[in-house]
Design a protein. Structure first.
Length: 364
């Protein structure tokens, strides 16, 4: 009987002997019957998902770090300005706007076939200091805000496909947030927010308009307040298209609570945006924390649970899942939460973490 291994070895040796140093020997994987085996292509997030995969980015990082730029282009189909489209960044004085950074991101997106989600038009924590110092009454305040929304949305008409019109109105538990900018001026703050949606719609009728907040699916009181606002908006013809939950959650966030709340939020029938996703692992804020394989696997399973849950939405309610950042090298949580935090899909060297595979596995 002929020894197949002997023949294969001899042929291999012959191939090497007959090749010059400039030639390459190409081996083709084969099964036991000699048929070529084609490896399954590895899809990126944006290639597998049937909805947009977004990331929050900053102009200076895109400009200064080629690895970050390349990671965005490889894995994502949508971007959100991390802070460049917030009011305090754009509205430099009563009569002046600074669009430089926002325009850079919009042009970057256009050049690379990405969509842009605008964040955010009205947020109590992003009114510029000059505006707050002016101490407008409610009529002047709203008139100025209307002009701002009209100008900014108009400036980006057709370029920014969607906006967080209003951000973080409700406190934990569902009461109106006890902030000092908007609430003290208006007898009916919710009515004011509804008018902001109308101003945005008038400026760009084709843009999708969202309300955005955090802890929506795990805080029943806040979610009830948001649903009540949505119901009121719908009854009054306010043009709201979707709701974003930021999803700044953790590996120890109760999954059943998350799932129950997510199903409840989806009952609005609106588009649902997981808008600022990151998953904390150093849940105890420990100085001695080590992000080891076991911790990475817990994070991966959490990401998979979230994307699987999102895929259970009706297709017409799936808007996007957006991570709040691209790499653990640049995450707000290392300053806001703890220096030893690793919440995103790529590590500090832009390698895929198990979290990336978990996210990918949850997609249909």
């Amino acid at each position: 009987m002929i020894n197949k291994q002997y023949i294969l070895g001899a042929l291999t040796a012959l191939l090497f002997a007959s090749c010059s140093n400039d030639e390459k020997v190409v081996f083709i994987n084969a099964d036991d019957n000699g048929a070529p085996v084609n490896p399954t292509p590895v899809l990126t997030l944006k290639e597998k998902a049937k909805f947009k995969i977004g990331a929050a980015v900053k102009m200076k990082d895109l400009q200064g770090e080629p690895n970050l730029k390349n990671a965005v282009l490889k894995h994502y189909s949508q971007i959100t300005a991390e802070y460049e489209m917030k009011m305090a960044s754009i509205w430099t004085s009563e009569t002046a706007y600074n669009y430089t950074a926002g325009d850079y991101l919009v042009n970057f997106a256009k050049d690379n076939n990405l969509q842009v989600h605008g964040h955010t038009l009205v947020w109590y924590d992003s009114f510029p200091q000059w505006f707050k110092n002016a101490k407008y009454d409610s009529i002047a305040f709203e008139a100025k805000v209307k002009i701002y929304i009209t100008d900014v949305v108009g400036h980006y008409k057709g370029k920014v496909k969607s906006w967080d019109v209003v951000n973080e109105v409700f406190a934990d538990g569902g009461a109106l947030r006890n902030e000092t900018v908007i609430n003290p001026l208006f007898k009916d703050p919710i009515g004011f927010y509804g008018r902001c949606f109308r101003y945005a719609k008038a400026a760009d009728p084709d843009a999708k308009l969202f309300y955005n907040d955090y802890s929506v699916v795990i805080d029943a009181g806040k979610r009830t307040a948001i649903k009540k606002m949505v119901t009121r908006f719908k009854a009054n013809g306010v043009p709201i298209d979707g709701v974003g939950d930021q999803f700044h959650y953790a590996t120890d966030t109760n999954r059943q609570t998350m799932k129950t709340g997510f199903t409840d939020l989806a009952s609005t029938g609106l588009l649902i945006h997981i808008s600022e996703l990151d998953i904390k692992v150093n849940t105890g804020k420990s100085d001695s924390y080590v992000f080891n394989d076991a911790e990475a696997q817990k994070q991966s399973e959490t990401y998979k649970y979230i994307t699987t849950m999102y895929e259970e939405l009706p297709q017409n309610q799936k808007f996007a899942i957006s991570t709040w950042g691209v790499t653990d090298k640049y995450t707000w949580l290392t300053s806001f939460w703890h220096s030893k935090e690793y919440p995103l899909l790529l590590d500090a060297d832009y390698n895929k973490k198990p979290a990336y595979q978990g996210f990918l596995d949850g997609l249909k």
